[in-house]
Ligand binder design. Structure first.
Ligand code: ZN
Length: 151
């Protein structure tokens, strides 16, 4: 495994719409491993492929230690409720903003074995899914924050 370089605000890769994965190759599996390692090393609870310069629809999320979601071609298929909370991003260091997100989010994706899975996240996990999936369309939390918060 290898720790990857996290792209920061201003890097073009963060503003691109990513392409779907059409085949889960060994290279994709290595990328998943490296993304998890990179996320953990940075103390993040999620990471999207464009944040490491790969313009593919892949995210990893770990809100609860040891429970890792590796989502390939993820899509939100249902959401409900609302929450307002502060969030930040490994690509936007030192900035925090309050966003409004659904309280419950169901995502359909492929796992690393190419199986279709559906996962429902609540509260922080729902927020993480929304945040990471936004990255795949070139969107950052600073675009949808209802206010930016000072430290
Ligand atoms: Zn982010």
């Amino acid at each position: 495994m290898a720790k990857l370089n996290i792209r920061k605000l201003g890097d073009d890769a963060l503003r691109k719409v990513c392409r779907p994965v059409d085949e889960i190759t060994p290279r994709i599996l290595t990328l998943l491993d490296d993304m998890v390692e990179t996320m953990r090393a940075a103390n993040g609870c999620g990471l999207a492929a464009p944040q490491v310069g790969v313009l593919r629809r892949i995210v990893v999320v770990e809100v609860e230690e040891g429970v890792v979601y590796e989502l390939i071609n993820p899509k939100i298929i249902a959401y409900s409720g609302e929450q307002e909370a502060e969030e930040g991003c490994l690509s936007v260091p030192g900035q925090w903003g309050t966003t409004r997100r659904p309280m419950n989010v169901t995502v359909r994706a492929l796992n690393r074995r190419g199986e279709t899975i559906e996962v429902t996240g609540h509260d922080l996990l729902a927020r993480a899914f929304c945040h990471e999936l936004d990255h795949l369309d070139g969107k950052l939390f600073i675009d949808c924050a209802i206010r930016m918060n000072e430290d």
